[in-house]
Design a binder for this molecule. Structure first.
Ligand SMILES: [Zn+2]
Length: 393
C-alpha cells in the first residue's frame, strides 16, 4: 500500500485546477479531488477510480512536473516524481499484457535517448582526451618554469635509485671522458640555457641481467646504464643517444606526459561523477590510449631533434641506427637466453618483473615498436650527412 501523493487535478479539456490526492492499491487507483484553488467550489467533482494499468504516465524528465492521464481523460500532475517511480516499480510484478506493452514502449524510448546521450558523451570525452588534453598539456608543460622540472626530476632520480638502479661499475676515467665530451661537443646544442644537464651512470638489472638503456628526466638529468655504455662501439653512438635524450628534455616530453595523465584522470572523474568502478576503467583506458599514442610521437620528435643536431655538429646519423639495432638485438637475445635457462617458476616471475619495469622505465627497449622505421630514418639522414647537407628533407 502506498501513501497518497499530493498533486493537482484538471478535468478533461479544462484548465481549472483542483488540489487532489492520488492513491494506488494493488491494480487500482483513486484520485480524491479536494478543492478548487480558485476558490470556486460550485462545481463538485466525484473521485475518480480505475485500473492503474490504464493510466498513461509521461517519462520522467529531471524534476519537472509529472503528468498522468487518467482513464476518463482528465489529468493528474505532481512534483513527487520519486513516489510515482516507486509505484511504477512496485507494479512490475503484477503484470498484464497491456502493462507489458506499455512498459516495453517506455523502455525502448528511454533506451534510445540514453544511448544517444551516451554516444554524444563518449564522442565528446574522447575528442577532449585525444585533442584537448594534449594541447592543454603542451601549453601547461611549456609554461612551467624550469624549476618545476628540476624538482620533479630530482624526486624521480631518488625514487629510481631506491628501487630500480644500482651503482655503476664504469671507471671514473671513462665517465669523465663521456662527461667532458658532452660538455664541449653536445651541450652548446642543448637548447634553452636554463637547462642544467647532468649525466649519471647507473647499472640497471632486471632478473639478474643488465639492461642497456638511457633516459632523461625533466630536470635535464640523463641516466646511462652500464650495459648501454658497454654495447656502444664508439663515441658517436653514445652521443647520438645523448642527443635523443636532450630532445626529450628540450621538448619537455615527460612534463607533458605527467600533465596529460593527471588531466585525463581528473576529466574522467569529473564527467563520470566518481572515481570508482567504470570511471576507473575509463581512466585506465584513456590514459593508456593517450600515452601509447603520444609516446611514439615523442620518440619521433626526439629522434628528429637528434638527427638535425648530428648534421649541425658533424656526426653521421648512421651511428644512431647502429646502436639502436644493437640494443634491440641484445635485448631479444637476452630475453631468449633467460627463457631457456630459467626454471619454469622463476621464468614466470622474471617475465612479470620485466614487463612491469620496462613499462615504467625503458626508453629504448619496449616503447619503440617501430625500430626498423627509426633505423630507416637514420639511414635517410646519413645520406644527407654524406652529401654535406645541414638540413634533410
Ligand atoms: Zn626516447
Amino acid at each position: 500500500m502506498i501513501n497518497s501523493i499530493s498533486g493537482k487535478w484538471y478535468p478533461k479539456d479544462s484548465s481549472v485546477q483542483y488540489a487532489a490526492q492520488l492513491k494506488v492499491a494493488k491494480t487500482r487507483y483513486e484520485v480524491k479531488i479536494v478543492s478548487s484553488e480558485t476558490g470556486n467550489d460550485s462545481e463538485r467533482h466525484q473521485n475518480i477510480t480505475g485500473q492503474w494499468s490504464q493510466v498513461t504516465i509521461n517519462d520522467r524528465l529531471g524534476n519537472t512536473e509529472r503528468k498522468l492521464t487518467l482513464t476518463d481523460g482528465s489529468l493528474f500532475t505532481t512534483h513527487n516524481n520519486d513516489a510515482i517511480d516507486t509505484i511504477i516499480n512496485s507494479n512490475k510484478n503484477s503484470d498484464t499484457a497491456s502493462k507489458w506493452r506499455l512498459r516495453l514502449h517506455r523502455h525502448e524510448t528511454k533506451m534510445t535517448s540514453v544511448l544517444t546521450m551516451l554516444v554524444i558523451t563518449v564522442v565528446f570525452v574522447f575528442s577532449f582526451i585525444k585533442w584537448g588534453i594534449p594541447w592543454t598539456s603542451q601549453t601547461v608543460a611549456h609554461a612551467l618554469p624550469q624549476q618545476t622540472g628540476e624538482f620533479i626530476g630530482h624526486q624521480s632520480l631518488d625514487f629510481m635509485d631506491r628501487y630500480f638502479l644500482e651503482p655503476t661499475q664504469i671507471s671514473d676515467a671513462e665517465q669523465q671522458q663521456i662527461i667532458s665530451r658532452f660538455k664541449t661537443r653536445l651541450k652548446p646544442f642543448g637548447g634553452d640555457d636554463n637547462i642544467q644537464y647532468r649525466l649519471h651512470f647507473r647499472d640497471m638489472s632486471v632478473g639478474g641481467s643488465s639492461l642497456p638503456n638511457a633516459f632523461a628526466l625533466p630536470s635535464g638529468d640523463i641516466i646511462l646504464t652500464d650495459k648501454f655504455v658497454e654495447l656502444s662501439q664508439n663515441d658517436d653512438e653514445i652521443d647520438a643517444v645523448l642527443l635523443h635524450e636532450m630532445g626529450h628534455v628540450v621538448e619537455r616530453h615527460s612534463l607533458e606526459m605527467l600533465t596529460q595523465n593527471s588531466l585525463t584522470t581528473m576529466i574522467v572523474i569529473m564527467v563520470l561523477g566518481n572515481p570508482d568502478g567504470i570511471s576507473e576503467l575509463a581512466t585506465g583506458l584513456g590514459t593508456a590510449l593517450v600515452s601509447n599514442h603520444y609516446s611514439r610521437q615523442y620518440e619521433t620528435e626526439a629522434d628528429e631533434f637528434a638527427f638535425n643536431k648530428m648534421l649541425e655538429i658533424g656526426i653521421d646519423p648512421k651511428a644512431f641506427g647502429d646502436i639502436l639495432s644493437r640494443m634491440e638485438d641484445y635485448s631479444t637475445t637476452a630475453t631468449n637466453a633467460d627463457d631457456a635457462a630459467d626454471q619454469p617458476e622463476a621464468e614466470a616471475n622474471n617475465e612479470k618483473v620485466e614487463e612491469v619495469e620496462e613499462d615504467k622505465l625503458s626508453d629504448f627497449l619496449s616503447s619503440h615498436p617501430n625500430t626498423q622505421l627509426r633505423i630507416k630514418m637514420a639511414e635517410k639522414y646519413s645520406k644527407c650527412f654524406k652529401q654535406g647537407l645541414k638540413v634533410c628533407e
